[in-house]
Design a protein around this ligand. Structure first.
Ligand code: ATP
Length: 371
């Protein structure tokens, strides 16, 4: 276990700035997730910690020791890549055992080796594959064995780069649940890269949302979900994405659309009446009421996409389109007039403007509200 201190870490490749001044303090034993779109600089940040790229600026400290210029070998970090590095001529069992037999990890009794391999193979669901060769495995199985090869070896830090990307949705969800339970992972400082927001929310003690080489918001899953620092962070979490609409602050309500639809103002919003803002409403936080169409924001359903248990609705509110998630059991149809309601605690307010804009200052939610 070790802390990781990243201070203004920067890395350029020619004219491309991959990492642009990343600063973060990762605690002992923390599970820290980096979430961001393709090209944001996630892998390069991991490689900077591992020492697999030479940084152009800033420093990397591991366990309180400046490792900025240290060779990867001296950092005692274990890194799993999205692509799987396995010895083709060795069985799965031999592939898993080899990191424990290399001199630098110390000596392990046969019993300790077997126990670590047993834990990792059970967690990853690969016990039945031990006698196979890599060529006899599916991509998803190979990826799990490669992850096993990393986790079987004790290290100060695990760096995991999209280690579940080749698994189908069901297996990914199972692995997510199992991974955090694995003793090695829960005891070891882990930095985990993903572009899957659900994975980030379910795995991370904290999440760093990354854009254009920078961490734009670092916080607990509750913080980044309930109080996203800007519209980019808000859009990065949730599917379908948060609705963002131009609106105006009024007395106690915020209005939008031609027909003057309103939503309640979140507690503690520091914005004077008349101020233009961008209103953020998650599709899952908008509730559809058909019985009493006067009880909320009047809306007309223009399109319905069936997603199984849920339906994704496009609704028109005075010329503004909103996306809403509703239960498929409601039997909603295109052309239906409905009323939408939203709790004040689920209303997000950002500065007006084009591109990504910051959240307007708002009092924090109480713990009770967040539950
Ligand atoms: P992905 O999710 O697609 O893996 P990422 O967030 O991990 O993306 P990086 O792989 O860190 O992003 O890449 C960040 C930027 O740096 C990209 O624009 C990429 O093209 C560039 N880059 C990364 N490695 C190199 C390299 N070895 N040479 C040149 N450019 C590179």
């Amino acid at each position: 276990m070790a802390t990781i201190e990243l201070t203004e870490v920067a890395k350029r490749f020619g004219k491309t700035t991959a990492v642009d001044g990343v600063t973060a303090s990762i605690g002992n034993g923390e599970f820290f997730v980096i979430l961001g779109p393709s090209g944001a600089g996630k892998t390069t940040t991991l490689k900077s910690i591992a020492g697999l790229v030479d940084v152009d600026g800033g420093s990397v400290r591991i366990g309180g020791v400046d490792m900025t210029l240290a060779e990867p070998y001296h950092r005692n970090v274990a890194m799993a890549f999205e692509s799987y590095a396995l010895y083709p001529q060795k069985t799965v069992s031999e592939n898993l055992a080899s990191p424990l037999r290399s001199g630098r990890t110390g000596t392990y009794s046969r019993q300790e080796q077997e126990e670590r391999i047993r834990q990792v193979t059970t967690t990853l669901g690969i016990e039945h594959l031990l006698r196979r060769f890599p060529r006899e495995l599916s991509n998803g199985q190979r990826q799990r064995v490669a992850l096993g090869r990393v986790l079987v070896r004790p290290a100060d830090v695990y760096l995991l780069d999209e280690p579940l990307s080749h698994l189908d949705a069901k297996l990914r969800a199972e692995m997510r649940a199992e991974l955090r339970q694995l003793g090695a992972v829960s005891d070891t400082t882990t930095v985990y890269v993903t572009h899957d927001y659900q994975e980030a929310l379910s795995l991370g003690d904290r999440i760093a949302v990354m854009r254009d080489g920078r961490f734009v918001h670092v916080g607990t899953p509750e913080e980044v979900w309930h109080r996203p620092a800007d519209t980019f962070v808000a859009r990065s979490l949730g599917q379908p994405e948060m609705n963002l609409v131009d609106a105006v602050v009024g007395a106690g309500r915020i209005s939008f659309g031609r027909a003057g639809a309103t939503v309640p103002t979140p507690a503690g919003l520091r914005a004077e009446p008349g101020r233009p803002v961008r209103l953020g409403l998650r599709p899952c936080d908008l509730h559809v009421d058909t019985d009493d169409a006067d009880a909320g924001i009047p809306a007309t359903i223009t399109q319905i996409e069936r997603l199984g248990r849920d339906v994704e609705l496009a609704v028109d509110v005075g010329g503004v389109e909103l996306i809403v998630l509703a239960s498929a059991r409601r039997g909603l149809a295109e052309g239906d007039r409905v009323a939408l309601t939203v709790a004040a605690t689920d209303v997000h307010v950002f500065e007006a403007g084009d591109g990504d804009t910051p959240r307007l200052e708002q009092a924090g939610r109480t713990e009770e509200e967040s539950r």
